[in-house]
Design a protein around this ligand. Sequence first.
Ligand code: UD2
Ligand code: MN
Length: 345
Amino acid sequence: MGVLPTLFKVARRGKCLLLLVLCLCVLAWIAAISSDDVVKESPFEDLKAIEESPRRELESEMIPSVEEQTLKESCPERSPLLRGALKLTFEASVTLEQVESENQEVVGGQYNPADCVARQSVAILIPYRNREKHLLYFLYHLHPFLQRQQLHYAIYVIHQAGDVTFNRAKLLNVGYLEALKDYNWDCFIFHDVDLIPENDENLYVCEEQPKHLVVGRNSTGYKLRYKGYFGGVSGMTKDQFHLVNGFPNTYWGWGGEDDDLRIRIQLQRMTIVRPPAEVARYTMVFHKRDSGNQVNKDRMLLLRRTPQTWKKDGLNSCSYNILSVNREPLYINITADIGQPEHAH
Ligand code: UD2
Ligand code: MN
């Protein structure tokens, strides 16, 4: 006989109504504690709701379907298409039309290998304003590069509207939140538009720990700039990025935002992994400091406060307005109004 009917019987005898009420209270309390445990999984409940909101339509024929996943084999651990070190070219005559016609398997900025199921689905996020030529070289090199790695991927260009001070980190938060509306990506690669990888063994996939993909680049003698350096190109899973509450939104102008993310990672007791130095090499297309991206003089002060601020400054406080989402052949262009610094200096 069940517990409840027995209790009712006892209660009906009129002897222990009080006991019945007491038992029900205990049951309710147990139920409450166990549901509490589920909630505790995420420190940012509101954020979780946003991350799991209904998906916007990404070119659906490109999304791996369940049938496909069962019919096709998983892509090999090491892609047979890799070529190692590449000779990069930066012809002045390259046009967007040319790059589009060379990459016809890319639809609406997205690619999915035809013969096997990719091991990871990767969103490449590029903070962007006014770097047209750089974007062209980026698309020219990166599409074939990523295809040789047999990845399911999409390239998102997050374009800061207006001409207030640039904010790389906030744009990357916007990119993460918006890309998740398209698809439940496994891995996010945060990528400067002017950096071109020189070796396709530098895999654009995420690892057990946050990954920094740039050990060196042409202009700095291919040496790691400093131990905790996390700038240029980095990769984190959805869970890793969620755990640190993303990037800060409060770094306007040049510098510091990459170190802030590193501190967040360290505060969560995660470590940074890097590919071998001979693989993690990049060419940075030459540029001067952009107007509208002056050095952030507050960065040292902000970095000292990160342990106190990370929980409230990040993905869970990232407010912005999307002005447009354009699905171009080779990338998804998201134009956002991300506001301006709170205190003008
Ligand atoms: C370094 C870092 C970069 C970032 C930056 C400080 C490396 C290789 N890169 O880059 O990740 O930490 O310092 O903020 O260490 N951008 C635009 N338009 C602009 C300004 C910037 O599109 O007007 C974007 C673009 O994607 C660019 C990126 O922001 O690549 C970083 O800006 P940068 O190239 O001027 O800074 P840099 O090369 O010193
Ligand atoms: Mn640069």
